[in-house]
Design a protein around this ligand. Structure first.
Ligand SMILES: [Zn+2]
Length: 85
């Protein structure tokens, strides 16, 4: 798991606990909602929306809600590995 921003402890702890599902944890300004947490999931996992492998949310609360909704994913990208380089 790669962490490329200062992530609050509560969020980081959850990510570390579920490291098998998470590839990259980041945060940055410049999204439509301003400063957002940006999480890229590992191949084979998606959010509650099938085929969606990123979580971009402006608050810890919403990011954690999305993280709790992670499910196994069998979409085309996960099968071929496209998007995971
Ligand atoms: Zn997928």
């Amino acid at each position: 798991m790669i962490v490329t921003a200062k992530i609050p402890k509560s969020l980081l702890a959850y990510c570390q606990k579920h490291e098998d599902k998470i590839l990259d944890v980041s945060a940055a300004d410049g999204y439509s909602e301003g400063y957002c947490y940006d999480i890229l999931l590992n191949r084979g996992w998606c959010t509650d929306e099938v085929g969606l492998h990123t979580i971009i949310e402006p608050t810890i609360k919403r990011t954690l809600e999305k993280l709790r909704s992670i499910e196994p994913c069998n979409c085309r990208d996960c099968k071929t590995g496209e998007g995971w380089k």
